[in-house]
Design a binder for this molecule. Structure first.
Ligand SMILES: CC(=O)SCCNC(=O)CCNC(=O)[C@H](O)C(C)(C)COP(=O)(O)OP(=O)(O)OC[C@H]1O[C@@H](n2cnc3c(N)ncnc32)[C@H](O)[C@@H]1OP(=O)(O)O
Ligand SMILES: CC(C)C(=O)C(=O)O
Ligand SMILES: [Mg+2]
Length: 551
């Protein structure tokens, strides 16, 4: 990049150091949430939402639990205006929900906005004008005093029209482009607006401090917010609100640090839709709190259905890596992650700890309606025995011996590697059966008979190997051992039977059992087989034959 000298920092630090917020390490309670999906989100779409989409989106926001919703910029278009009228006239706004409307600080636009909200019960009228150095110079060609006057005139008109309407609308003011404004000047403008409004405990004013464009690291914003919180007049009657955008990718950090710095309220959107790189993602913010044990007071227990609705209303797509909501955010493909998750899940089952601490999963996917089977442990060529074993165990009830899990892990990895494909749980189960269960070639059995002799067992085994049938007799300290001895005698097989394990098969049929057999070959490596049968002896012999066939 050759042109870095073309740029300079565009933010301003407060005149005094404001870093008290660094004493805190987490957000202690949910802020007042305000969704701006229907306004800031909508104004950033290639094709803004139509009336029906806005109505459905509004209902979704109410269901999620938003109590303050910026429903639009009613003076912007007929759709915006009609939508608001529809909400009001069709009584679609619950009594505990306050609608918010945005207006520029221009007389005809404010007047149109007041027409639009007539008849609504709970209203916040939100007025803004840009205060930043670059907008003062380039857009408005006005001095600081003249820009302050725009804000004050706007504030006065809001007050006057509200009195004329006999309403008790609440007011919000945004020094738009706050992050490009000198903090002392932003403070002066906000205090001048507050002087007009004279907020009280019953009718607090909202001062919104937008990161209209994100120019700095989040700690700079936090210190700007702290400066405002410490110096705003009528502070106890002022709700300090944040409105971060995400130009540097730090919208969530801006909001979190801004709350630590004293803010009471956050404006944002679902999944971070909004101008350019978007507004702050309220899903992430809320679930970040949730993950630290703080009730977010918004309901994301069925995130997938919220995602689907959002995508259909806006035409946007949610990135697979979008925190908490993306399709892949709970997925672990890599072996060591899967191993740790599988062990963490076992720990959870056994110890039943008070808190969720499963490695690699910041929250329990089930809390947002995602499920372990489909979402968490997924198998490809990066996966290992832990993940494959976990799928066979949790989905198909197969509890393989540890070393056999390893063999199955490598088998699955090789298939995925060669096919360049993810393996679905059913494919893994099929692969297990094909590779390790009741394999009858080249060796198979045609008849096995036992006799109990002096505390030991004698067996007569008829087997076929490479098309040739042989019957041999042998003794053993148990039935499996006797059959193994008979087969060794018949074909001079060289191996040691080193692992035997069995368990009932609960998933496929309550009457069947599975046996696993591992044999050690002369070179020291292991070969594995499993047998499934209603008769556990038969299952164990089939497992042995499979292990021999796999050697
Ligand atoms: C950061 C944000 O998200 S702010 C919200 C932005 N959202 C939108 O703009 C969406 C809706 N807006 C619209 O539909 C239109 O802009 C309207 C209907 C509001 C106004 O339309 P128009 O008057 O035709 O155009 P426009 O917005 O470009 O007006 C620009 C004029 O308003 C002035 N202006 C812009 N914002 C403000 C403001 N907040 N307060 C006072 N004056 C303002 C400009 O200086 C400019 O003045 P000029 O005519 O003397 O040059
Ligand atoms: C209108 C204001 C609050 C805004 O959207 C912004 O500054 O980003
Ligand atoms: Mg905005």
């Amino acid at each position: 990049m050759k042109n870095s000298s073309k740029y300079k920092r565009q933010y301003f630090l407060p005149p005094v150091k404001c870093m008290d917020w660094t004493e805190k390490d987490h957000v202690e309670k949910a802020p007042i949430w305000c969704s701006v999906d229907l306004r800031d989100g909508n104004q950033a779409l290639v094709i803004p939402m139509n009336l029906e989409q806005k109505v459905e989106f509004f209902k979704l926001l109410v269901e999620i639990g938003f109590k303050e919703i910026e429903v639009g910029f009613p003076a912007a278009s007929e759709t915006e205006y009609t939508f608001l009228r529809k909400l009001i006239e069709e009584d679609l706004i619950p009594d505990d929900v306050t609608i918010q409307v945005l207006t520029q600080a221009r007389e005809h636009i404010i007047k149109k906005t007041f027409e639009a909200v007539k008849g609504a019960k709970n209203v916040i009228v939100h007025v803004y004008n840009s205060t930043s150095l670059s907008q003062r110079e380039q857009v408005f060609h006005k001095s600081k005093e003249e820009i302050l006057k725009i804000a004050v005139e706007g504030a006065k008109l809001l007050k006057q029209l509200t009195e004329e309407a006999g309403a008790d609308y609440r007011f919000e003011y945004s020094p738009e482009s706050f992050t490009g404004t000198e903090p002392e000047y932003a403070l002066e403008v906000c205090n001048a607006v507050l002087d007009i409004w004279q907020p009280t405990a019953d009718r607090k004013a909202i001062i919104n401090l937008p990161v209209t464009v994100e120019h700095s690291m989040p700690h700079v914003y936090a210190s700007q917010v702290e400066y405002m919180c410490k110096n705003l007049k009528y502070r106890e009657n002022v709700v300090v609100s944040l409105h971060p955008h995400n130009d540097r990718g730090c919208g969530v950090a801006d909001a979190e640090m801004g709350i630590l710095a004293g803010a009471d309220r956050v404006e944002g959107t679902l999944f971070g839709n909004g101008e350019r790189t978007g507004n702050v993602d309220i899903v992430t913010l809320a679930l970040n709190m949730y993950a630290q044990g703080v009730e977010p007071e918004l309901d994301f227990t069925d995130i997938s259905s919220i995602c689907k609705k959002y995508e259909s209303f806006t035409g946007m797509t949610i990135n697979e890596r979008s925190p908490y909501s993306g399709a892949l955010v709970f997925a672990a493909f890599s072996g060591s992650h899967q191993d740790a998750i599988a062990k963490g899940m076992h720990w959870l089952d056994e110890k039943k700890p008070e808190h969720w601490t499963v490695p690699y999963l910041p929250i329990d996917p089930k809390d947002v309606g995602r499920n372990y089977d489909a979402d968490v442990i997924r198998i490809n060529s990066q996966s290992g025995k832990g993940g494959v074993g976990y799928i066979l165990e949790t989905k198909f009830g197969l509890n393989l011996p540890p070393k056999m899990r390893e063999a199955m892990g490598y088998t699955a990895k090789a298939v995925s590697d060669h096919t360049h494909k993810e393996l679905m749980p059913e494919e893994i189960f099929e692969l297990f059966k094909r590779t390790f269960e009741n394999v009858v070639s080249p060796l198979s059995l045609n008849g096995v008979h036992f006799q109990q002799v002096n505390g030991g067992i004698t067996t007569q085994v008829t087997s076929i190997f490479n098309g040739k049938e042989i019957t041999t007799e042998a003794e053993g300290n148990g039935r499996l051992n006797a059959v193994s001895n008979a087969l060794k005698k018949a074909y001079n097989f060289e191996y040691d039977l080193v692992t035997y394990q069995e368990h009932a098969l609960e998933q496929s049929s309550s009457s069947k059992a599975i046996a696993y057999v591992g044999i050690r070959k002369p070179d020291g490596t292991l070969s594995w087989g499993a047998g499934v049968d209603v008769d556990i002896i038969r299952a164990s012999i089939d497992a042995l034959v499979t292990a021999i066939n796999n050697r």
